[in-house]
Design a protein around this ligand. Structure first.
Ligand code: FAD
Length: 509
């Protein structure tokens, strides 16, 4: 038996860190007993992989566990309760708002082993999938049946459907078909006491509150999704895609407004600006016309005859707005080539700067022209390079602030520019996020849109999901996210049993 004197501060510190180590060891052992030792990550050099997502923030998890079934997820949640630690669910970690970054030294539950497509019901046009299914793999798997899953984030080759549901992801083809919430019928979830339950159903209507709708977009703060029932769409009879280049952003923005006011709802209506074009040229070699300040990618789908008619109208509108070149895809491989550049554009920013901060704001479509001008002015004023690649049809802008993340001053300028852009979006009557969520990135801007009453109502909703057991902290799942910092001390949050987090979670530090 080792006897330690606690007289000196140094010994106290040592004893404290041994106790912490023992606690972690014991937690890891219990988790390993459930999922197997190979599916628990706890050594620092391995944990580093899980300290970030696609945003700027970083934070090391306590440990990472990769369960292989809903039952295992439930057991892991129960074990975490024994050790008073919070949980952050993680899909592929492609999120852009810090959602999967484990604050408060949380235990990360990574869902990537839950990747089965459990059922494809052609007659009812639905599928049951596990949350770790990579988005594009579902559409690939059902293509032969003439079906597809509509929400298609540009990250679809990597991101998971569980992450998409949690962020209510959108994508280039969500303009006409709607975002994730329009394509998810129900979910199996694990609650904070480890209970496994279902919300929503295979049928399209059900009685009672729409808990499914509330859960979608809750950014991992309500519980863990372990199965998802998704709607499937029929691949349209005909698709036509054009690319139109313009000498000014204003001409491109006006084209967007005119296409929509002409009564059309294109399947996709995407815009890229000059900086994005310059980033893409050396990577994808699309050979956009010299002098292009903006390109639009417009896709129309539906019945062959109406597609033909509508694409002619779109081309006419582009020409009237001074388009300098219009390219039309003549076959599927042309179409894939046109999309390749758009879908890979964000990665191509690496040719300009080592780091990007992709802002996500929504503005009324009619304000696109003036908002984009203001974004440009912010870039000039703060001396930061800002590219733009976005879902123009939805007014969902994505200014990409390009900087060097190794330089603190550049990081600060990027964050400042992002904040000013969000303020411009809100002033224009828009929203803080179109698809990337709030996470840590936008939490301090929440008060631009919501007052204290609104925030309180949201917290009550969270408490309704999380406090299934009075001994569980409201911030059990994904702590310190979404709500403005400094707002976590109101009475909803005081429902916590003070004994439960004896040191506010700091004991893991
Ligand atoms: C190049 C690039 C392009 C992008 N383009 C788009 C786009 O067009 N549209 C768009 O919407 N987004 C886009 N994104 C952002 C990102 O891909 C999406 O937010 C995506 O939905 C995140 O999925 P993920 O599996 O990576 O989730 P993660 O980043 O791992 O997690 C995201 C959030 O979901 C929670 N979560 C994950 N799995 C679960 C689960 N099973 N249960 C409960 N909570 C869970 C996490 O806690 C976190 O809060 C893009 C990102 C990149 C890097």
């Amino acid at each position: 038996m080792i006897i330690i004197s606690l007289n000196s501060d140094k010994n106290k510190e040592k004893t404290y860190s041994w106790l912490v180590m023992l606690k972690i060891k014991s937690l890891v052992e219990e988790l390993a007993h459930v999922v197997g030792a190979d599916n628990v990550v706890w050594e620092k050099e391995d944990l580093i992989v899980y300290e970030y997502d696609g945003s700027i923030d970083r934070s090391l998890p306590l440990a990472v566990v990769l369960p292989g079934s809903a039952a295992e997820v439930s057991k892991c949640v129960k074990i975490s309760n024994k050790y008073n630690c919070s949980i952050v669910a993680r899909g592929a970690g492609t999120g852009l708002s810090g959602g999967a970054v484990p604050l408060k030294q949380s235990l990360v539950i990574c869902l990537t082993r839950l990747k089965r497509i459990i059922e494809v019901d052609e007659k009812n046009r639905l599928s049951v999938v596990e949350p770790g299914v990579v988005n594009i793999k579902l559409s690939d798997a059902i293509k032969d049946k003439g079906l597809f899953y509509a929400p298609d984030p540009s990250s679809q080759k990597a991101c998971t459907i569980g992450g998409n549901v949690s962020e209510n992801a959108g994508g280039p083809h969500c303009f006409s078909l709607g975002v994730t919430t329009n394509h998810v019928l129900g979910m199996e979830i694990v609650l904070s006491n480890g209970e496994i339950t279902w919300i929503g159903a295979k049928s399209r209507s059900y009685t009672g509150y729409d808990l499914r709708g509330a859960f979608i977009g809750s950014e991992g703060t309500f519980g863990i999704i372990t199965k998802i029932i998704v709607r499937l769409m029929k691949i349209p009879e005909s698709v036509s895609t054009i690319l139109a280049a313009f000498k000014s952003m204003d001409d491109a923005s006006n084209t967007v407004s005119e296409v929509i006011s002409a009564g059309m709802i294109p399947a996709a209506l995407e815009m890229m600006d000059r900086i994005t074009i310059e980033a893409c040229e050396p990577v994808y070699n699309p050979k956009y016309p010299k002098g292009s300040e903006a390109v639009l990618l417009i896709e129309i789908d539906g019945i062959t005859e109406s597609v033909k008619e509508e694409i002619d109208i779109v081309k006419k509108i582009c020409t009237q707005n001074n388009s300098i070149e219009i390219r039309q895809a003549n076959n599927e491989s042309d179409r894939v080539k046109l999309w390749e550049t758009r879908k890979g554009a964000i990665g191509a920013y690496g040719t300009i700067a080592p780091t990007y901060y992709l802002v996500d704001g929504v503005v009324p479509r009619t304000k696109l022209t003036e908002v984009l001008r203001e974004v440009k002015n912010i870039g000039r004023k703060l001396e930061v390079t800002i590219g733009n690649v976005f879902h123009a049809g939805d007014g969902n802008i994505h200014p990409a602030i390009l900087f060097d993340g190794r330089k603190k001053t550049e990081v600060n300028q990027a964050i400042r520019a992002g904040g000013e852009i969000l303020e411009v979006c809100v002033k224009a009557g828009g929203a803080l996020s179109g698809e990337h969520g709030i996470g840590t990135e936008k939490q301090d801007y929440m008060r631009l849109v919501f007052n204290e009453e609104d925030l309180r109502a949201m917290k009550k909703l969270r408490a309704a999901f999380v406090q299934t057991d009075k001994n569980v902290d409201v911030e059990k799942f994904n702590p310190y996210k979404i709500f403005p910092r400094g707002s976590n001390d109101d009475e909803i949050y005081k429902l916590n049993d003070p004994e439960f987090y004896p040191t506010g979670g700091e004991e893991w530090a």
